[in-house]
Ligand binder design. Structure first.
Ligand code: NAD
Ligand code: ZN
Length: 364
């Protein structure tokens, strides 16, 4: 299956299907400016998916050295970026060399950012191997790394040349990471697609249990929504910010937990989604039944809905968590922008939350 993100001269295809890694060489050979690439991946993905990719690139006549990084959120940092850039420069990467990100959102965000700044910009390709990366982070051109105080505060918009989402790779993904990615699927449904949310209520469990058709449908539907939103507002002047539903709360949890805590981005988002709906109910904007459906669905598949659901993290008080909101990118004139809800599939941007509203949200 294929869809296209329409951005004029920067348009690119998003391919979704089983076994795309084995066909990567043939799929990419005429899409790259030169038959030279550089693959960046992590230590968990490399033993499983790197060799098939290298073989297929080689068969396509694409020369591709590779670099294997440590796995985990703490890899999205300046020190690792420096190491990556120095390595690429040392092997004499040229402007026509394409960086290939083989991995989850961490590898995709870091590789994309390296591609954005190396030689003032080299092409890159996303081969996402987590559910999160396939439904969300590999599409749309947001790249970047974390600062010590906040998520994704250092970054650039840089669109990939192609996205190859090989749904076979989800078979080897640990359950916890599969679930974390599912939170972004739910988010995509909640921002503007009530029928898709109902479909998830009926089919989400099957998807998580390995149903291939359900997976492909969810990845395609999520990518289609994301591609539509990004095509209309590439640089987040307005509506693209809806994709941050649950994220202003979630980023504060991630920053407070620490980037080496093991807390998954998607877990923080799941809790953030519940906080956004509960806050909307408290402000009289949204019927309580809608918030209840969101909580019930996340719970039923095994996602956390409160910070206390995450084992092994000692959370500080709500006031400390609320303080992190000040470090989010979505702060304008000192006021954070939140995505709030009127219903399932009906969300909007608001700068109206008071510090007390935000603290109450974290207090649960
Ligand atoms: P991740 O990249 O850390 O991957 C999760 C874990 O799964 C890692 O341990 C990884 O090594 C392992 N893994 C990956 N693929 C595997 C496979 N096929 N088989 C076995 N193990 C595999 O995390 P993630 O959840 O993919 O991404 C989270 C990141 O994405 C966060 O940093 C978040 O900020 C970012 N993100 C970015 C955007 C964007 O628009 N750029 C959107 C959403 C999230
Ligand atoms: Zn996210």
């Amino acid at each position: 299956d294929r869809l296209d993100l329409d951005l004029g001269p920067r348009s690119y295809p998003i391919l979704v299907g089983d076994g795309l890694i084995e066909r990567a060489g043939a799929l990419l050979r005429d899409r790259l400016p030169a038959r030279r690439a550089f693959v960046i991946t992590d230590e968990n993905v490399a033993p499983i998916h790197l060799n098939p990719l290298l073989k297929s690139l080689q068969a396509g006549g694409i020369e591709a050295p590779h670099l294997i990084l440590k796995a985990g959120e703490s890899t999205k940092c300046l020190a690792v970026l420096e190491e990556v850039l120095e390595t690429l420069i040392a092997v004499r990467t040229e402007r026509s060399t394409t960086l290939i990100a083989l991995g989850g959102g961490v590898i995709g965000d870091l590789t994309g950012f390296a591609a954005a700044v190396l030689l003032r910009g080299v092409p890159f390709v996303q081969i996402p191997t987590t559910l999160l990366a396939q439904v969300d982070s590999s599409v749309g051109g947001k790249t970047g790394i974390n600062s010590r105080t906040g998520k994704n505060l250092i970054g650039a918009f840089h669109q990939p040349r192609a996205v190859l989402a090989d749904t076979h790779t989800l078979d080897t993904l640990p359950r916890r990471d599969l679930l974390a990615g599912y939170a972004e699927v739910v988010k995509t449904a909640l921002i503007g697609d009530a029928p898709f949310f109902a479909w998830l209520e009926a089919n989400g469990q099957a998807l998580l249990d390995g149903d291939g058709a359900a997976r492909r449908h969810a990845v395609l539907t999520s990518c289609a929504t994301k591609a539509r939103v990004v095509a209309a507002d590439e640089r987040e002047a307005g509506q693209r910010a809806l994709l941050n539903l649950g994220h202003t709360f979630g980023h504060a949890l991630e920053a407070e937990a620490g980037f080496d805590s093991g807390l998954r981005h998607g877990e923080a988002v799941a809790i953030g989604l519940v906080m956004a709906y509960d806050t909307s109910v408290r402000r009289g904007l949204c019927p309580p039944q809608a918030a209840e459906r969101v909580r019930a669905h996340l719970k039923s598949v095994g996602l956390p809905t409160r910070p206390g659901d995450i084992p092994g993290i000692d959370w500080p008080g709500a006031d400390d968590l609320a303080r992190h909101v000040a470090f989010d990118k979505k702060v304008k004139d000192g006021r954070p922008t939140f995505v709030l809800a009127r219903d399932i599939g009906d969300t909007f941007l608001s700068q109206d939350l008071t510090p007390a509203d935000i603290e109450t949200a974290f207090a649960g």
